[in-house]
Design a protein around this ligand. Structure first.
Ligand code: 0WD
Length: 273
């Protein structure tokens, strides 16, 4: 029980397919006490039963774009949950229209929305929670390979993830003097509500499965288990990192090679066409 005695805040559960749900599940299994947030009333109906599943009645409304709600959250947290040891930030959004077509056509408003919700939200959350976070705490966010590399359709969200990964490094320095660590997990593609907004997502999943060293896609449980390392004291010497949990896909410089029935060398992808 590596999280026994630790309290944490989980931001970004939409349903039980969410990556944040996988992390909450693993944290609960390892003995952590959890508090949750929901974006709106529609999602509250999903998040409350999930909190209950993990033995918690600490559920708060939070739109990460609202300074008022961030302030209210920290006040409520301190009052009825006390100081916390970790935060999971698992939030991203871009208008669907910006996740298709040419990146060059990204309009100013979509760019702002994507950056505010997917990047500034981490900074704002850390700033708001600074006073309720215990020394030697841990902050974890979720990113994707579309930040450092080109991924079809990821567009403005790729730029947002690059900025998020950079923010992780700057926040790691600011909070490092109190022993608070800030890291990201770069997860492989997983079918969630947010992912359904990305064009050709099924093809992306298949491509990753075929071309990753482990020949599979990762699950939210695998991301959750890896998250336990970064949230727990096991990683007390690790901060500012982007840790890949993607079945190894990011190490590949070229798609995997295979052989057809005649022993001829082909791209593994060709077998699935
Ligand atoms: O393939 C994937 N699914 C990957 C996701 C691969 C690598 C990284 N990620 C990242 C996402 O970019 C995101 O940062 O993981 C994080 C979590 O995404 P998810 O678990 O894939 O998606 P989902 O279950 O939809 O949870 C994201 C939630 C929102 O869901 P919806 O679908 O309603 O947008 O983020 C929350 C919301 O619950 N959210 C907000 N929370 C507070 N304030 C806001 C907001 N303004 N906007 C979205």
């Amino acid at each position: 029980m590596i999280m026994k005695g630790k309290k944490g805040l989980i931001v970004g559960i939409a349903n039980n397919k969410s990556i944040a749900y996988g992390i909450a599940k693993a944290a609960h299994k390892e003995g952590a006490e959890l508090a949750f947030t929901y974006l709106n009333e529609q999602l509250e109906k999903r998040v409350r039963p999930i909190a209950k599943e993990f033995g918690s009645d600490k559920v708060y409304k939070l739109d990460v774009n609202s300074d008022e709600e961030l302030e209210a959250l920290t006040k409520s947290l301190e009052k009825d949950f006390g100081k916390i040891d970790f935060i999971v930030h698992s939030v991203a959004f871009a208008p669907r229209s910006a996740l298709d077509g040419r990146f060059i056509d990204t309009d100013r408003k979509s760019f702002d929305i994507a950056m505010q919700t997917s990047v500034y939200s981490l900074i704002a959350l850390c700033h708001a929670c600074e006073s309720v976070l215990n020394d030697n705490g841990s902050v974890l966010t979720l990113t994707y390979l579309g930040g450092p590399k080109y991924i079809p359709h990821y567009n403005v969200m790729g730029v947002a993830k690059a900025a998020l990964e950079s923010s992780v490094r700057y926040l790691a320095v600011d909070l490092g003097s109190r022993g608070i660590r800030v890291n990201a997990i770069s997860a492989g593609p997983i079918k969630t509500l947010a992912a359904s907004g990305i064009g050709d997502f099924r093809a992306i999943l298949k491509w990753n499965e075929i071309n990753s060293p482990l020949n599979k896609n990762v699950t939210i449980d695998e991301v959750g288990n890896s998250g336990m390392y970064l949230l727990s004291d096991l990683s007390s010497g690790v901060t500012g990192e982007v840790h890949y949990v993607d079945a190894g896909y990011n190490i590949m410089g070229m798609g995997a090679i295979d052989q057809d029935e005649n022993g001829k060398t082909i791209m593994k992808w060709d077998k699935f066409r």
